[in-house]
Design a protein around this ligand. Structure first.
Ligand SMILES: C[S@@+](CC[C@H](N)C(=O)[O-])C[C@H]1O[C@@H](n2cnc3c(N)ncnc32)[C@H](O)[C@@H]1O
Length: 309
C-alpha cells in the first residue's frame, strides 16, 4: 500500500473487526485505505467495503490502492457523521464499522495543508478543502474569549488565556502556520518553552478540531453507527487524544449498560513498543471495540448471544 499513511494498530483493528467472508463493512475514515485493504482481503471473495473520507487527496489515494478489488470497494466522498443517511439511502446494514480518527500522515506532512508548524504555509487546516472556514477564518472571527475557550476545550492548553490574548491582538497579521507558532512560543512562560510538547502543539490541535468539527462529528457517528450495525456486527474506533477517547469510552459504556452490546475491550488497546519504534505517530493511539447482538443474561449474570437484534 502507498505511504500516504501508515495504518496504526492495523493488526489489532482487523482482529477486533473480525471481517468474515461476504461481509459488508464501513470505513468512515478511509485515508490511504490501509484498513480497507485488509478488510477486503479478509472478507474475500465477496465482501464489500464502503469507504468514505472528506479529503479529496485521501479518496484519490484510496481509489488507486483499492482498484484491484473492483466493485467490492465502494469509495465516496462523505462525512462519517452522515452514516445513517449513507446507509439508509442504500438500504445497508454493516457487519463491521471502523473509525480511525484525526489526521492522516499525508495531511500532516504536506506542509501546504497548513496542519503543522513543521513548515510554513497558509493556516488552512480544513480536511475538506471544498468549503467551510479555514483556521485563519476562525481566528479572525472569534473574540478573545472564544479563542480561549477553543484552546481550553479542544486543546486542554494550560496557558490558553495568554495565548488567546496574544493571538487576538495580532490576528490581522497571522497568515501562516509559522506566524501562529511564533505567537504561541512567545506567549509561553520562557522556562517552559523547551518542554516535551512544543508550546504551539495544543493550540494547533484545538484549531484543527474546531475547524473540522471533529468532536461533533464523532459524537454524531458514535450515536448513529450502532443503529446500522447488523446483529453480531462490530464497531472499532481508534482515537488519538483524551477528548476523543472520552467520547468513545462513555458511548460504548452506555451501549453495553443498555443491553444489546458487548464491550470487546474492557481497557484500551494501545500500540506495541515495536509499532511505536517503527511509527512514532502511533504512540497515542487507543483502540476500543464493541459488538452488537449480545444481551446480559439475567439468570446467570454473564453474557450470551441474542438470536435476533
Ligand atoms: C488517520 S486517517 C485514516 C487512515 C486510514 N485508517 C488508513 O489506513 O489509511 C483519518 C482520515 O479521516 C478523515 N476524516 C476525518 N474526519 C472525517 C469525517 N468526519 N468524515 C470522513 N472522513 C474524515 C481524514 O481526512 C483522514 O483522511
Amino acid at each position: 500500500m502507498t505511504r500516504f499513511h501508515t495504518p496504526v494498530l492495523l493488526k489489532e483493528v482487523i482482529e477486533f473487526l473480525a471481517p468474515k467472508e461476504g461481509g459488508v463493512y464501513f470505513d468512515g475514515t478511509l485515508g490511504g485505505g490501509g484498513y480497507a485493504e485488509k478488510i477486503l482481503e479478509a472478507s474475500g471473495p465477496d465482501g464489500v467495503l464502503f469507504g468514505v473520507d472528506v479529503d479529496n487527496d485521501a479518496l484519490v489515494a484510496a481509489k488507486k490502492g483499492l482498484e484491484k478489488f473492483g466493485e467490492r470497494a465502494v469509495i465516496e466522498k462523505a462525512n462519517y457523521a452522515d452514516v445513517l443517511n449513507f446507509a439508509d439511502k442504500r438500504s445497508l446494514k454493516f457487519d463491521g464499522m471502523v473509525g480511525d480518527l484525526g489526521v492522516s500522515s499525508h495531511q500532516l506532512d504536506l506542509g501546504a495543508r497548513g496542519f503543522s508548524f513543521n513548515s510554513d504555509a497558509p493556516l488552512d487546516m480544513r480536511m475538506d478543502k471544498s468549503g467551510g472556514e479555514t483556521a485563519i477564518d476562525v481566528i479572525r472571527s472569534c473574540s478573545c474569549g472564544e479563542l480561549e475557550e477553543i484552546f481550553v476545550k479542544y486543546g486542554e492548553e494550560k496557558f490558553a488565556r495568554r495565548i488567546a490574548e496574544n493571538v487576538f491582538e495580532k490576528k490581522e497579521n497571522i497568515r501562516t502556520t509559522l506566524d501562529l507558532e511564533k505567537i504561541c512560543w512567545s506567549a509561553y512562560p520562557s522556562k517552559l518553552r523547551h518542554g516535551r510538547i512544543h508550546p504551539a502543539t495544543r493550540v494547533f490541535q484545538a484549531l484543527r478540531i474546531a475547524v473540522n468539527g471533529e468532536l461533533d462529528n464523532l459524537e454524531k457517528f458514535i450515536g448513529d453507527a450502532p443503529g446500522v450495525l447488523r446483529s453480531g456486527g462490530r464497531l472499532v474506533i481508534v482515537s488519538y487524544h483524551s477528548l476523543e477517547d472520552r467520547i468513545v469510552k462513555l458511548a460504548f459504556k452506555g451501549l453495553a449498560m443498555g443491553g444489546g452490546f458487548k464491550l470487546l475491550t474492557k481497557k484500551i488497546v494501545g500500540p506495541s513498543d515495536d509499532e511505536i519504534a517503527a511509527n512514532p505517530r502511533a504512540r497515542s493511539a487507543k483502540l476500543r471495540a464493541i459488538s452488537k447482538g449480545v444481551v446480559k443474561n439475567v439468570l446467570f449474570g454473564g453474557w450470551s448471544k441474542m438470536s435476533r437484534c
